[in-house]
Design a protein around this ligand. Structure first.
Ligand code: FEO
Length: 392
């Protein structure tokens, strides 16, 4: 794909990765992704903002064939899906300087072995004139590495946000065309990599409030030409109250834990609570992460195996602990055969979750009437706590 015009002297460059299905060998990408770079040609200087993932370097370098000069390569974020082709760009344009935060400079030197004399570092709020276009650099740490920044193009009121507000969708559409689809993909993206840093992201959002932003051009996914809805969505994800929602990841070996899960689900629904179930044997971990963005309560359904929690439940607990959702309550339900330390082991895996633990319900073998009654009491407790907190 050739470079595409966004407006006069501003072009999209980059690569659409239709085939990619996994990021960081961890994160599912059901819809592929894009690596967006942007070319801004001022009356005096030209800047390239970000590059592409190294396996797609040739796509970008071909797009640069008719570009007479690049004076600056702005690197918003040192992760290789955006920075990885900077060395090839510098080979083509050896006079170009890499513009980055001081932290990013060190990381780019470590990761890509870019020589120190190739860099110009910029402080928070610093500007760079391209002649009739002015780049303003806004440091936005932890979206989602410590060195990240965004660029505000003052004259055209465009925010180039790199991963911030991004979404993993491979598409030939330059601008957002299907808001529902992009909302889901952006939420998945937020859940998987931004959520652990939501408190500091809330501060970055406040910082952006001072800017008149008419367009957001991220480095993954489509460009937002009406950006207010994605900024509102981020505001809710980082700082909104949890919803009246129980997320119930579970695994069942012989059906006993599944009976408990189904009973609790019905009891919660009867009490007016939304429930999302995730069978960990088959689930898309990204979907679970998305549900955790809104959940007020997590209940883990887990059988005891080899004296501890089933490893799939342990994985989900580790993931939730790493993602640090704003969940407030947690409980554990499940069946065991003869004993073990399932609750203690799982509880030790979630030190990052600042949750109130509601009494677990464990049963020996197949659940009986008394166990179902305990599950009803658990549903009562959850309903009461959601009501007291006004979760809707
Ligand atoms: Fe898209 Fe954090 O890289």
């Amino acid at each position: 794909m050739q470079k595409r015009k966004i407006m006069e002297k501003i072009h999209w460059l980059g690569a659409v990765d239709w085939d990619r299905r996994l990021f960081d060998s961890l994160i599912p990408l059901p819809d592929g992704t894009t690596y967006n770079a942007y070319l801004i040609e001022g009356s005096e200087k030209t800047a390239l903002l970000d590059t592409v993932d190294p396996p797609m370097a040739e796509v970008l370098t071909a797009q640069l064939d008719n570009v007479p000069k690049i004076d600056f390569v702005v690197s918003h974020h040192a992760e290789q899906d955006h920075s990885g082709t900077i060395p090839q760009v510098l080979e083509r344009f050896p006079q170009a300087k890499v513009v980055a935060t001081p932290k990013a400079k060190g990381m780019l030197m470590d990761i890509l072995k870019i020589p120190e004399n190739a860099f110009v570092t910029v402080q928070d709020g610093e500007t760079l004139s391209l002649g009739d276009k002015t780049l303003e650099f806004i440091h936005t740490p932890w979206v989602h590495w410590p060195e990240t920044m965004v660029t505000y193009l003052q004259e055209d009121k465009i925010l180039f946000s790199c991963d911030f507000f991004g979404s993993h969708i491979a598409t030939s559409d330059l601008f957002v065309t299907d808001q529902g689809r992009v909302h889901e993909a952006a939420k998945r993206y937020f859940a998987e990599i931004m959520m652990p840093f939501r408190n500091i992201i809330a501060k970055n959002m406040e910082k952006l409030n001072g800017y008149d932003i008419q367009m957001i051009a991220p480095s993954h996914g489509q460009i937002y030409d009406r950006p207010s809805w994605i900024m509102d969505a981020y505001q809710d994800w980082v700082a909104g109250d949890p919803h009246n929602l129980v997320v119930l990841p579970f695994v069942s070996m012989h059906g006993s834990t599944r009976k408990m899960v189904d009973h609790l689900t019905a009891a919660l629904v009867e009490r007016g609570i939304r429930v999302e179930l995730f069978n960990l044997a088959v689930t898309d971990i990204g979907k679970l992460a998305m549900a955790l963005v809104d959940a007020a309560t997590i209940v883990v359904g887990v059988p005891t195996v080899l004296a501890g929690p089933h490893p799939l439940a342990a994985y989900a607990a580790l993931l939730a602990n790493a993602l640090k959702p704003k969940v407030r309550f947690l409980s554990i339900i499940g069946s065991y055969g003869w004993g073990g330390k399932t609750v203690e082991t799982l509880a030790g895996m979630i030190p990052n979750l600042k949750v109130e633990v509601i009494d677990p319900v464990l049963c020996k073998g197949l659940p009986a009437e008394a166990d179902f009654a305990s599950l009803d009491r658990l549903a009562d407790s959850i309903a009461q706590k959601h009501k007291e907190n006004g979760f809707r």
